[in-house]
Design a protein around this ligand. Structure first.
Ligand SMILES: C[S@@+](CC[C@H](N)C(=O)[O-])C[C@H]1O[C@@H](n2cnc3c(N)ncnc32)[C@H](O)[C@@H]1O
Length: 276
């Protein structure tokens, strides 16, 4: 590939990363967690405009934070390190791009990594952040990632509050100031408790729940149609993970080869109700 093509692609990728989380989305999610005595690090956040920084700064005392740290990626206006603690706040410019990978020491000092990172680098970012507790926005497709899916099964990783029984995604502001809807969800290692637990109410019938071709697995779609009286294998889509830790089901496997009446269906989690 020619040099100019390469830099065009790079510019396109970087532009796709420039979407900014709205204050209300930050506030709506953060209010559920306990940050008392914690050091929070926002590694993809320019302290001058990030709504994560704004939220934690504004609520610093009320949340009982120990320290807030923010660093940003230089997209033309410089890279900064920002800190806020009981002694006050300060920021200084640093050399280099402000890449999160250059800040292992800040990450190691933090208790919780909180941000909306660049989706083009999400897998790598998540591996980097996962060393600590984290509360991060991610694409819905991340549910399929090998770095993510096994953690969801062990409930070491959970999906956050936003997205639970509501439209999945956020309005973000892009660099031109436009409001853009992007499908996204919160991923966190922190405690999550959904108060409105899901209780299956549908009765099973073979007509309502067909088998995938040549299998003993029934299709359940959407997942809130889970039958209350069926104990065989069932196929559901990934949004099931919103409920998974709070339901009496086990996940058996993931299948991407299923067909219904000859038509291929998207990847499914194969689950089974645990008899109690
Ligand atoms: C989806 S935006 C979100 C920005 C901000 N966290 C927010 O929620 O509004 C992702 C941000 O990550 C920044 N970024 C891209 N590559 C980065 C890297 N290697 N290290 C740190 N930040 C990076 C981008 O400049 C962009 O501002």
């Amino acid at each position: 590939m020619g040099r100019s093509n390469e830099s065009l692609l790079k510019a396109k990728r970087e532009k796709q990363d420039e979407f900014y989380t709205l204050y209300e989305d930050v506030e709506n999610e953060m209010q559920h967690y306990d940050f008392n005595g914690k050091t929070i690090y926002c590694p993809c956040d320019d302290f001058r405009w990030s709504n994560f920084v704004k939220y934690f700064r504004r609520n610093f005392n009320e949340l009982g934070l120990k320290r807030l740290i923010a660093t940003n990626y230089d997209i033309g206006e410089g890279a900064f390190v920002y800190m806020c603690d009981a002694n006050g706040e300060y920021a200084f410019r640093v050399d280099g791009k402000g890449d999160y990978r250059d800040y292992n020491a800040l990450r190691d000092e933090a208790d919780i990594i909180v941000t909306n990172p660049p989706f083009s680098k999400w897998r790598d970012f998540f591996k980097w952040a996962r060393v600590k507790d984290c509360l991060v926005v991610g694409p819905i497709t991340a549910l399929h990632y090998n770095e993510v899916y096994p953690l969801l099964l062990t409930t070491n990783l959970k999906l956050g509050y936003k997205g639970h029984r509501e439209r999945i995604g956020f309005y973000h502001i892009d660099t031109d100031g436009n409001s853009v809807f992007k499908p996204a969800i919160w991923f966190t290692t922190l405690e999550v408790e959904h108060k409105d637990k899901f209780i299956p109410t549908e009765a099973y019938s073979p007509e309502k729940y067909p088998y995938y071709d040549g299998t003993d697995i029934i299709e359940v779609k959407p997942y809130n149609k889970l039958p209350k009286d069926y104990y065989g294998k069932m196929g559901v889509c990934d949004t099931f993970f919103f409920y998974y830790p709070y339901l009496d089901y086990e996940v058996l496997e993931r299948r991407g080869d299923l067909k219904l009446n000859g038509k291929a269906v998207y990847e499914r989690l194969i689950i089974r109700r645990i008899k109690k």
